[in-house]
Write a protein that binds this ligand. Structure first.
Ligand code: SAM
Ligand code: SF4
Length: 342
């Protein structure tokens, strides 16, 4: 063990080889989903066998050990996190870590389909903010993009969540020839309803039924189109992710642009990801992973697991390898976004 690692152990600190402080963990609690968004999944997906999933108790143990190592923010994602059976149990347990000040934020990325049912329980368990994905406000187009989604339910879910005191941020994947003309309207709708919004470039992850390059829209270029509708003022807000933020002067709302392909911001990355089967991905855009599943199921002590957490952080690469253009039609990484979450 190098001196550096020993020092980080003592400080409850995770620092990667490029001196980035890792304090943000995303947990994909399921790879299953009640939608089949065209850029994310094929219609007939093969999901992981249930036996390979970590139980909620195992996920909680692992998350707690990450918190002991210095993780301060946890985002639950998927697949659709709210379709995992008994997910509220895990959220209740993680909420106790907020009460004890060991964790600063517990949040979710969701398609919003189950919010009507769960929003009040989430609010009662320290969930203060949720990202909800909406790629169109046109019911037919929403159905076409999500294949199985119902826009009305999602909007109603957002209203219930807002009423419960949860702040909503909208995520919209920008798709050339699909929703690009509607995007200024979606931004205005979000801001008029007191929600920030982030636009996302399609990332080449996992096989889908079509060719992603056809719908890829460079947000670095699309920003010029947006300037016809809004005066965009850069703002300093940073989350350690690949998003850059602007204030739309006309609405006063915040607009984020996630541009991993047209502009790479890996230098500030502060996060790692755990899948529902216990694989840790040090980077969303690389295939390298570390398996916690077999260790956790082999009578490992907490110390063994903490050792593996520290060793894994030493493997975090400097940046992703995403490319999307007409010469690169194959996915850069073979797994779907639903395996590691967004
Ligand atoms: N089901 C939840 C949802 O849709 O918000 C959480 C998981 S989903 C994988 C997280 C985010 O990733 C969503 O905003 C979704 O639109 C986005 N996403 C999925 N596949 C993507 C891809 N290939 N490229 C870019 N964004 C993607
Ligand atoms: Fe499901 Fe989210 Fe993927 Fe859509 S983007 S299929 S809602 S996991």
């Amino acid at each position: 063990m190098t001196e550096n690692i020993i020092e980080n152990y003592q400080k409850n600190n995770l620092v990667d080889p490029f001196n980035r402080n890792i304090n943000y963990l995303r947990i994909s609690v399921t790879d299953r989903c009640d939608f089949r968004c065209v850029y994310c999944m094929s219609e007939n997906m093969t999901f992981l066998p249930k036996v390979s999933l970590l139980t909620l108790e195992e996920l909680y143990r692992l998350a707690s050990l990450f918190i002991d190592c210095g993780i301060k923010k946890i985002r639950l994602t998927g697949g659709e996190p709210l379709v995992r059976k008994n997910i509220m149990w895990l959220i209740e347990q993680l909420s106790t870590k907020i009460n004890s000040n060991d964790l600063e934020e517990l949040t979710l990325t969701s398609n919003g389909s189950q919010l009507i049912k769960h929003a009040n329980d989430l609010a009662n368990n320290n969930v203060r903010r949720i990202n909800v994905s909406i790629d169109s406000l046109n019911e037919d187009l929403f159905k076409k993009i999500t294949r199985w989604g119902d826009l009305k339910k999602v909007i109603e879910g957002i209203q219930v969540a807002k009423k419960a005191g949860i702040r909503i941020k909208i995520n919209t994947v920008a798709l050339k020839g699909v929703n690009d003309e509607e995007i200024p309207n979606i931004i205005k709708w979000a801001h008029d309803n007191d929600m920030d919004i982030t636009l996302i470039e399609t990332m080449p992850m996992g096989d889908i039924d079509g060719d992603r390059t056809e719908n890829y829209l460079s947000l670095t270029e699309y920003k010029e189109t947006l300037k016809k509708y809004f005066t965009l003022r850069s703002c300093d807000y940073k989350t350690g992710g690949p998003s850059r933020y602007y204030i739309c002067e006309e609405t006063g709302g915040v607009l984020g642009l996630i541009t991993p392909l047209s502009h790479n911001f890996c230098a500030d990355c502060n996060r790692v990801r755990i899948t529902c089967s216990g694989k840790m991905y040090m980077c969303l855009g690389q295939d390298d992973s570390v398996d916690f599943n077999s260790l956790m199921r082999s009578q490992a002590t907490d110390r063994d697991i903490i050792d593996l957490i520290h060793q894994s952080i030493r493997l975090k690469p400097i940046s992703h390898d995403f490319k999307i253009d007409k010469y690169n039609t194959l996915p850069a990484v073979s797994r779907h976004m639903s395996v590691t979450g967004g």
